[in-house]
Design a protein around this ligand. Structure first.
Ligand SMILES: O=C(O)c1ccccc1NCC(=O)[C@H](O)[C@H](O)COP(=O)(O)O
Length: 256
């Protein structure tokens, strides 16, 4: 499933590229004001931080929420105390778009993550052109050479790579890369199984100084407390926020 999602995302980017060549997207990326320093915003603190996701649907759960106005939801997240906004820009399975990312960027002053299946420099330039401050890199989807190239490009453009892992080997690859913001996704992106204990099992393998993000499977404050007790600096939450009351849920999560 992950390789299919990645191949589709790359194919869709190539289709967009036919209308908007690389040089044009690169110029738009370079014309953007500087990205927000997400490492500073997500740095370890006394309280856990929340990266709040705009998520309409997903391969594992199908339709989750009808979100007509991504910018309005992002503003609600900001008011509720989120530290960053994750915008799923994949269209086929998640119902997202780069237009969502652009509208969210214009609506909030928080760092904004492009959450997608990124495998080419074109997609990275698209992210910056749309105003992203962070870009997701999924270690399982990329070979080391591509991972290194994209990590370098994201950093060069002033953005922060969020390097996502799901095993000790992948965490080691993230460490070798020099990643400073690393996620452990509780969701196996091939089987969709959720393992809330995976973060805790991998927590002492994070490189010194890296910011630790626990991704997925937060449905309650108890789940946030579970991740926090295992050493998470931040949690990335989608479903619970788009299906429940975002303000009440953020308030409960941030009180952990
Ligand atoms: O959510 C899915 O079904 C999914 C399937 C395949 C690849 C990625 C997928 N989701 C992306 C994410 O990692 C989550 O949207 C994110 O971590 C939030 O998860 P949750 O809070 O469990 O909605």
């Amino acid at each position: 499933m992950l390789s299919e999602l990645t191949a589709n995302a790359v194919a869709d980017a190539e289709t967009r590229r036919a209308d908007r060549p690389l040089a044009e997207v690169e110029a738009a990326a370079l014309a953007r004001p500087a990205a927000i320093d997400a490492l500073a915003v997500l740095a370890p603190a006394e309280r856990v931080k929340v990266i709040a996701e705009i998520k309409r649907s997903s391969p594992s759960r199908g339709a989750l929420a009808s979100i007509d106005d991504a910018a309005a939801l992002a503003r609600t997240y900001e008011i509720g105390g989120a530290s960053a906004i994750s915008v799923l820009t994949e269209g086929r399975k998640f119902g997202g778009s780069l237009a969502d990312l652009e509208s969210v960027r214009a609506a909030v002053s928080l760092p904004v993550l492009r959450k997608d299946f990124i495998a080419t420099p074109y997609q990275v330039f698209e992210a910056r052109a749309a105003g992203a401050d962070l870009v997701l890199l999924i270690v399982a989807a990329l070979d080391d050479a591509t991972l290194g190239e994209l990590h370098g490009l994201i950093t060069q453009l002033g953005m922060t790579p969020l390097v996502e892992t799901h095993s000790a080997d992948e965490l080691e690859r993230a460490a070798q890369l020099g990643a400073r913001l690393i996620g452990v996704n509780a969701r196996d992106l091939t089987t969709f199984e959720l393992d809330r204990d995976l973060f805790g099992r991998l927590a002492d393998r994070f490189p010194e100084g890296a910011i630790r993000v626990a991704e997925s499977a937060v449905l309650s404050a108890a789940d946030v407390a579970h991740y926090r007790a295992a050493g998470a600096d931040a949690v990335l939450v989608g479903e619970a926020l788009v299906t429940g009351d975002p303000i009440a849920n953020l308030s409960a999560f941030l009180a952990v």
